[in-house]
Design a protein. Structure first.
Length: 696
């Protein structure tokens, strides 16, 4: 990227400028994702070896690394080929042997002449009742002993790269690193006792023991914070940029919302009321809203969304709600229809299936403002879809989109307020990483009266019992989902599994009782199958994971998941969320194929023990790590080199508020700290942020 500040040039040179790094090593370093001195500086030692000299191996913790000054007594040539070369040495208290396999005489006698004194360091162990050091790591004449650091860093390695090379190259990279002005809030830095940037790197590359390797060590924490701050600055810049983008104040008088609330058989939960207020305030402000509505399945997002849409309608404008699939869009329409009727507003749907005259009529009504609320799939993004005055776009279940896509969406989008809804509870720190550019409303309170879903683990060997259980449930008029396994990545094999199970269950439970829905069905067939199930014409719905999100059939009270052990925790939680929505007691049967592995067992028992989506997401995070949980590649979440999202939640939170505060005080990053922050963005290769600053 052009325009990189000159101060940083030495850090972005080619690796081959570094001490001991030639073209071949440079290539090997690429295997560690090191393409510049900067990358090397952000590749920190994973460990360190205590090389502090002691008087004698006597009393040392063996086996273990010992550094000791010795007198070389004599070389014991191997009596037979294949035996090691041994050298008798003596430290201050006792004698022991240095051992070399395939030792060359010429080399060893030069390295360790008889009668000389040497500093040797290496792993000492007991062998046949005597102490020995096999292949010392270091042998130094006493006048060079100072070259051995008291603690030797241990770097991650790859083929063709040794510890010595890493240490030497890192020292050189450090020597090239300039002092940089401070971008961290001085008060925060003082409170945490963090060193300056350059000093932090120096300390992190020369750990003086385990305490310096901990993520909480001041030097490491500071470097991690720098990464998180750069990331949050990027998100905060994107947020600022979008808010400044021509937003409009949208305010309603509340008449429609009051009508809907009066018609509801329940009162909004506290969390719903809070979210509604937050959204109304955002929409009333002249800035463009960019808010995330996060709530577990069943937490009542639909009502909150609809109330937001009504604000647009009350103001005489329009709103749109987008869902990832046709089924979900239709379901939103069905869910909104009674509310819309109570309010007396016109809701229509637009999907890829709308064609010809009908589509043209809808587009005309939309352009004229006769359709007040549009529900749809990505089809509403098409160029010829024009609103008379769109004020609010709600994007449902958008957790499949990442930061990058959202930034892009924001660039393309019109001036409308944006509300993203996700039913995927993720730990707060990850929400900050992934949605840090947004404001967040959380529905952390479930509507009252919801019954727990009884969750059981069942071996596939008990398939017959499960089918029997279904037969009884069907006789009682209950409905069930049967989710088939994701056998492989391939959709074809999913399909076969689902079709096989469909035939099997039909044969056992009756032709008309069982339906089938999967992702590759023509949309019309899929909708028909769903409609049959919703209307109760079929009672068992065999499905692939297309029913994962959003689908709402209150009468369905049984969820069977086949081969549950190969599904992810979040996915299973979503699936289970499909039941427990009606009056009947609900059951979730997690069928697994034995033997169940350790992680599979942990996942399934976690589900059995809790229905709290946030708790489940924490376990998921713990088991999989942050990158995996979000899906680093698509999330746009950078791969942090020092920061560890699994353990540094707090820092991410600090970084977000720090970044937002800095931008609030200095939106152009023009002040002293702002300029330093620009350096940080360059240093951290935050191209998106740099683009946003240069756009101004
Ligand atoms: P989500 O979309 O968050 O999964 P929904 O909006 O579909 O949840 O709501 C789930 C169910 O709870 C719906 O049947 C809805 O009518 C009902 N519901 C929503 N809010 C409340 C509330 N405050 N009290 C009782 N029931 C509610
Ligand atoms: Mg929903």
């Amino acid at each position: 990227m052009s325009g990189r500040p000159e101060l940083l040039w030495p850090l972005f040179a080619e690796p081959k400028v570094l001490d001991g790094v030639g073209p071949k090593t440079a290539q090997a370093l690429a295997g560690l994702d090191i393409a510049s001195p900067r990358d090397l500086l952000y590749t920190l030692p994973q460990g360190c070896i205590d090389r502090r000299p002691r008087a004698s191996v006597a009393g040392a913790d063996l086996p273990g690394v010992v550094t000791v000054e010795v007198q070389v007594i004599r070389h014991l040539k191997p009596a037979m080929k294949g035996r090691p070369w041994r050298i008798q040495v003596e430290d201050a208290e006792q004698s022991f042997q240095l051992v070399y396999f395939h030792g060359r005489e010429e080399y060893l006698t030069r390295l360790l002449p008889e009668g000389s004194r040497r500093l040797v360091s290496g792993k000492v162990e007991w062998f046949d009742g005597a102490a020995q050091m096999v292949h010392p790591d270091h042998v130094l004449p006493l006048d060079e002993a100072g070259r051995l650091p008291a603690f030797e860093p241990v770097y991650p390695l790859t083929g063709g790269v040794t510890q010595k090379l890493m240490a030497r190259a890192a020292a050189d990279a450090l020597a090239r690193a300039p002092e940089l002005p401070e971008w961290i809030d001085p008060a925060l830095k003082a409170r945490e006792g963090w060193p300056d940037w350059r000093a932090a790197l120096a300390l992190a590359h020369l750990p003086q023991g385990a305490q310096d390797l901990a993520a909480t060590a001041p030097a490491r924490a500071r470097l991690a914070y720098d990464e998180l701050l750069a990331h949050q600055l990027t998100l905060a810049l994107a947020r600022l940029h979008r808010r400044r983008g021509k937003g409009q104040a949208t305010e309603g008088r509340g008449q429609l919302r009051r009508r809907v609330l009066a018609a509801l058989p329940f009162r909004p939960t506290g969390a719903q009321a809070r979210a509604m207020d937050e959204i109304a305030a955002d929409m009333a402000a002249p800035d463009r809203m960019n808010r995330l509505l996060q709530g577990d399945v069943g937490s009542g997002k639909t009502l909150v969304a609809f109330m937001a849409l009504l604000i647009a309608v009350e103001a005489g404008r329009q709103g749109v709600m987008m869902a990832p699939t046709e089924i979900l869009a239709r379901q939103h329409l069905d869910g909104l229809a009674p509310l819309a009727e109570a309010a007396g507003v016109v809701v229509e749907i637009l999907t890829g299936r709308d064609k010809g005259a009908e589509r043209r009529a809808k587009l005309a009504a939309l352009a004229a403002g006769d359709i007040q609320i549009l529900v749809g799939t990505h089809a509403v993004f098409q160029d010829d879809v024009a609103f008379r005055d769109l004020r609010l776009a709600i994007v449902d279940e958008q957790h499949r989109f990442g930061v990058r896509q959202r930034l892009e969406l924001g660039r393309k989008g019109q001036g409308a307020d944006v509300l993203v809804m996700t039913a995927t509870p993720i730990p707060r720190s990850l929400a900050l990483a992934q949605y840090g550019d947004m404001d967040v409303s959380v529905l952390d309170e479930k509507p009252p009266g919801r019954k727990p879903v009884r969750t059981a683990l069942v071996s596939t060997e008990r398939m017959e019992e499960v089918v029997e259980h279904l037969r009884r449930a069907v006789a009682e008029g209950r409905q069930a989902y049967w989710v088939c396994p994701l056998v492989e990545e391939s959709e074809v094999s999913d399909l076969t599994a689902a079709e096989d199970r469909f035939r099997h269950l039909r044969a056992l439970l009756g032709e008309r009782v069982v339906g089938l829905v999967h992702g590759q069905m023509p949309p019309a067939e899929k909708d028909a199958a769903m409609a049959d199930f919703v209307a109760g014409r079929t009672q068992v719905l065999v499905a692939t994971t297309v029913i994962e999100v959003g689908v709402n059939v209150p009468n369905a009270s049984i969820m069977v998941v086949e081969r549950a052990e190969i599904f992810g925790l979040a996915q299973l939680h979503q699936l289970r969320g499909r039941v427990g929505r009606g009056a009947a007691d609900s059951t979730c049967l997690l069928m697994y194929q034995p033997p169940l592995g350790e992680t599979g067992l942990r996942r399934l028992t976690t589900l059995r023990e809790t229905e709290d989506g946030f708790r489940i997401s924490e376990v998921d995070l713990e088991m999989r790590g942050a990158g995996d949980l979000i899906g680093t590649a698509q999330s746009g979440l950078p791969r942090f080199r020092v920061a560890d999202l699994d353990h540094q939640f707090g820092l991410m939170e600090l970084a977000q508020s720090d970044a937002r505060t800095l931008l609030a005080m200095d939106p152009g990053l023009a002040g002293a700290r702002g300029k330093a922050a620009r350096l940080l963005l360059w240093l951290m290769k935050q191209d998106e942020a740099i683009r946003l600053i240069s756009v101004g």
